[in-house]
Design a protein. Structure first.
Length: 185
């Protein structure tokens, strides 16, 4: 004898309520997998209605999927993809800079790390200026060494060498107030 009844389906992975359906069975067959006759809980904002197969009960699980939060360890944004509570290491507070660190309650700027990064950046600029000066000096020095240099090339060689010395003496620890020497024309 067939029995027709109202059932409720749920997903096979998260066991979330999909909705009602008409079901049927007979005395030799059980209800289909991922179906139950138990009436689900009413929907609730911020929660998913999930069937607990072990207890054979519907229950609420926090649902923050799609929410963008920030990892307090590395400042990276994370989009939640699973049901459940928000992990404690995530926050909805947005870091303001790449130098922010989490103090347990809020983002605070690590001034020391910011200063170090500025000095490092200025040191890289200094190295680029030294490399550019060396590139300009090399052919001029070759012309002088081979006694092929014009008077203009000799003057430019001296100007570039002075520039390179001044750049090498530039103190980048005074960031951001670095007084760079003027590049030769």
């Amino acid at each position: 004898m067939f029995r027709i009844f109202k059932a409720y389906t749920y997903t096979s992975d998260t066991h979330e309520l999909l909705g009602p359906c008409d079901a049927y069975t007979d005395e030799t067959h059980e209800i289909l997998p991922f179906h139950t006759e138990k009436k689900p809980l009413d929907k609730s904002q911020g929660f998913a209605v999930v069937f607990n197969e072990q207890n054979q009960e519907w229950e609420y699980q926090e649902d923050h999927r799609g929410l963008v939060l920030f990892d307090t360890k590395n400042r990276q944004s994370v989009t939640l993809e699973k049901l459940g509570k928000v992990p404690e290491y995530l926050t909805s507070s947005t870091p303001k800079s790449e130098f922010d660190v989490w103090d347990g309650e809020k983002w605070v700027k690590d001034i020391e790390a910011e200063e170090l990064a500025k000095r490092h950046q200025l040191e890289m600029i200094k190295q680029q200026k030294l490399f550019a000066a060396t590139d300009a000096i090399a052919p001029l020095q070759d012309a002088v060494d081979l006694e092929m240099a014009t008077e203009d090339e000799k003057k430019r060689l001296i100007a570039w060498k002075k520039y390179r010395v001044f750049v090498s003496r530039t103190n980048v620890s005074t960031a951001p107030d670095v007084d760079w020497p003027k590049k030769p024309a």
